[in-house]
Write a protein that binds this ligand. Structure first.
Ligand code: SF4
Length: 462
């Protein structure tokens, strides 16, 4: 879960649910980081709307600006600091009453320090304290003093809060099913910023998915930092996935992010037996060498991971796989780096999220190891990984040419309004002519061309 960019640019506005609403004060929400943060921003929008606040997509019209942040790497935090500069200048020059708030993982990681480091920030709120937002905003109004709540919880799942999907395309929705992570991987800040694992009540998840289907959504992505370790009493992740798949054959189901240790036989069988559970699994490996995986405290060896992939492909033929890779972890030798390249060449993922190791304070790695791989070496190794994976993704996509896929139409293509985009069951983005089609339809598409990231196709009649 590691993409970091403002999210508002690429939506098909025609399908935007009319979530903009008026209120005594209007809030502009900007989301950085992973899908979990997108889902959290929908919870924040709901809490504030219920407290009478309006929502606006225009930061220049807002009375309150909230940045929902990511702390996964240093550059993610630097991006937020630059954005705060912009809003600080706006506050000084145009709107001294503007309230600026920092939410999410950076707020939780830095806590009160953020107020000292970042002048003119009014509120700092951690991922488990969003119910408290109206009170904190009121406190700032009343006292003019800044307000903070970064209390982590062992119970909070926001299960009773109906997300306001103000940024959704109306077809595909995120459903957060659990929060926190107990894995403590050596490089990762998430357990410190999101706390211990807790799972939502299964019934509330199934009801939310039913509600989404009734509202016209045709795809749900079940979210959790370690989604396949979900458990609500006797209901484990495989059982939950099975129950959601029974709602309608027209509802596609995806999930993210998994940990290899929780990729159970039962889960793979649900993939095999339930056609609307998408034949796609994002299974982060992080590295190709067992010694490095041990130092990363990932809990599996490279051979065990390779065996899991072989087994997954046996149970789910044609399954599309993607992963996460870190280059340049503490102490990584050239030979260990070569093992990552060898693993990518052997497994041939359709896609991968690839990053340089970025030391995060308080993590096991920061406390026990030295970040000793020079930046230039990290950069060179990362570029070798990206070059190799890009050629593999392209070769895999070239094999798609001539194949026919069932595509769920999501909306306008970024390339041209005359074209639409949608994804295959295997999570590949396809571009095709709009014709008389519209979002939410399932269409048969014959693949006619590709790049390493995108497929192109022609819609088949009937
Ligand atoms: S599984 Fe590891 S990498 Fe993923 S969120 Fe948990 S601690 Fe971080």
């Amino acid at each position: 879960m590691q993409k970091t960019l403002p999210i508002l640019e690429n939506i098909d506005t025609a399908r935007l649910p009319q979530a903009e609403c008026d209120g005594p004060a209007s809030v502009y929400l900007e989301t950085y980081g992973c899908q979990m943060n997108v889902s959290d921003s929908e919870i924040v929008a709901s809490v504030l709307r219920d407290a009478g606040y309006g929502l606006t997509h225009d930061p220049l019209q807002a009375d309150v600006v909230l940045l929902n942040t990511c702390a996964i790497r240093e550059n993610a935090e630097q991006r937020v600091r630059r954005r705060l500069e912009f809003f600080r200048a706006r506050k000084r020059k145009h709107n001294t009453n503007l309230k600026i708030g920092v939410l999410g993982c950076m707020a939780e990681r830095l806590r009160h320090k953020l107020l000292e480091q970042e002048r003119l920030v009014d509120i700092v709120v951690g991922p488990d304290a969003y119910r408290d937002l109206p009170r904190l905003l009121h406190q700032v109004d009343e006292t003019g003093q800044s307000a903070v709540n970064v209390q982590l919880s062992r119970e909070e799942t926001y299960a009773d809060i109906a997300p306001v999907r103000y940024d959704s395309n109306g077809i595909s929705a995120f459903v957060s099913i659990m929060r926190g992570c107990d894995n403590m991987c050596a490089f990762c800040v998430v357990p410190f910023t999101r706390g211990r694992e807790r799972s939502r009540n299964a019934g509330t998840i199934v009801r939310e998915c039913q509600g989404l289907f009734d509202a016209g959504y045709r795809e749900v992505t079940l979210l959790g930092q370690n989604v396949n370790s979900y458990r609500d009493g006797p209901v484990d992740f495989a059982t939950l996935l099975y129950r959601v798949s029974l709602l309608s054959p027209e509802l596609r189901i995806r999930y993210s992010t998994s940990h290899p240790k929780d990729c159970s036989e039962a889960l793979l069988e649900v993939h095999r037996d339930r056609p609307n559970v998408c034949n796609f699994i994002h299974l982060p490996v992080q590295h190709g060498n067992s010694g490095v995986l041990q130092r990363m405290r990932r809990g599996y060896s490279a051979d065990e991971y390779r065996a899991l992939i072989e087994h997954t492909r046996r149970i789910c033929p044609g399954v599309s796989l993607s992963t996460d890779i870190i280059a340049g972890f503490c102490g990584e030798t050239e030979a260990e780096h070569q093992d990552t390249l060898a693993l990518l060449a052997d497994i041939r993922y359709d896609h991968a999220f690839m990053f340089m190791y970025s030391e995060r304070p308080d993590t096991y790695a920061a406390r026990k190891y030295t970040d000793d791989v020079p930046k230039e070496v990290k950069k060179r190794r990362l570029s070798e990984i990206i070059t190799l994976q890009k050629s593999i993704s392209h070769e895999n996509n070239q094999k798609e040419i001539g194949r026919i896929h069932t595509v769920l139409v999501e909306g306008a293509s970024k390339r041209s309004k005359a074209q639409l985009c949608g994804r295959t069951d295997t999570n590949k983005m396809v571009i095709f002519d709009r014709g008389t089609l519209s979002a939410g339809m399932y269409v048969k598409v014959r693949i006619t061309g590709c790049t390493s990231a995108t497929l192109f196709g022609e819609v088949l009649a009937g």
